[in-house]
Design a protein around this ligand. Structure first.
Ligand code: BMP
Length: 227
């Protein structure tokens, strides 16, 4: 129920930084999310070297590109992401279905990539920009057959609403735990399936211990809310 976001700090060897954390954490977490900072710094072939090692394992390997383009271009991006060994990709819901997400969703099905769409975000402006149209964004996510949606752990009320709207079919992935203020387990108690944690684990002196601590807090909280 824990996904680790790997966003390497500028100035360090990104390849080594990511590889070390994957190796340390692969046995205790549900998956990893790698985004633009790593992809831009390393390029797809070096990212592939890292990701391919883990492709055969039972891990979610998410490419966080937050795609928001016309279908044809997103389709090309999905092909690159699949080549690198990822098994999931993130796109924005707000771009809509026709000519955009329907094209991406079709290519993802062919490639065996899980499609995750963003329906709200953790930053303060998101409550003005995304939440008023949450239902519409979720309907888009459902229409294209998204495997999962991104909903902010920082706003548990949005998670509760999203869970009511998607039912039990679609996974809810909730970033914002730790560095952005949400506490471990709170999003799961509100209806999320996974919590996404970056810096509280990856920037810690001891990422393994930090992850164990978050997992234990998550378990305690969930045990309490599920009674
Ligand atoms: P951190 O725990 O270090 O704040 O990292 C959060 C991760 O979740 C980052 O990789 C970020 O891109 C991602 N994320 C987010 O913080 N808010 C969102 O609304 C959506 C995200 O994907």
């Amino acid at each position: 129920m824990l996904i680790v976001a790997l966003d390497p700090p500028t100035g360090l060897d990104a390849f080594k930084w990511i590889s070390t954390r994957l190796r340390l954490l692969e046995g205790i977490v549900s998956g990893f999310k790698i985004g633009l900072p790593a992809l831009l710094r390393l390029g797809i072939d070096r990212v592939r070297e890292i990701v391919k090692t883990y492709s055969s394992k039972d891990l979610l390997l998410i490419a966080d590109l937050k795609l928001a383009d016309v279908g044809f271009v997103m389709k090309l991006s999905a092909e690159v992401i699949s080549y690198a060994g990822f098994n999931a990709i993130i796109a924005h819901s707000f771009i809509g279905v026709e000519g955009a997400l329907e094209v991406l969703a079709q290519r993802c099905r062919e490639l065996g990539l899980r499609l995750i769409t963003v329906v709200s975000m953790t930053h303060p402006a998101a409550s003005k920009m995304f939440d008023p149209i949450l239902e519409q964004l979720i309907n888009i996510a459902k229409e294209v057959g998204s495997w999962g949606i991104v909903v902010p752990a920082t706003r548990p009320n949005v998670i509760r609403r999203a869970r009511q709207l998607v039912g039990s079919e679609i996974k809810i992935l909730a970033p914002g735990v730790g560095a952005q203020g949400a506490t471990p387990g709170e999003a799961i108690c509100s209806g999320a399936d996974y919590e996404i944690v970056g810096r509280s684990i990856t920037y810690s002196e001891d990422p393994y211990r930090a992850a164990l601590q978050i997992l234990s807090e998550q378990r305690e909280r969930v045990a309490r809310c599920r009674g």
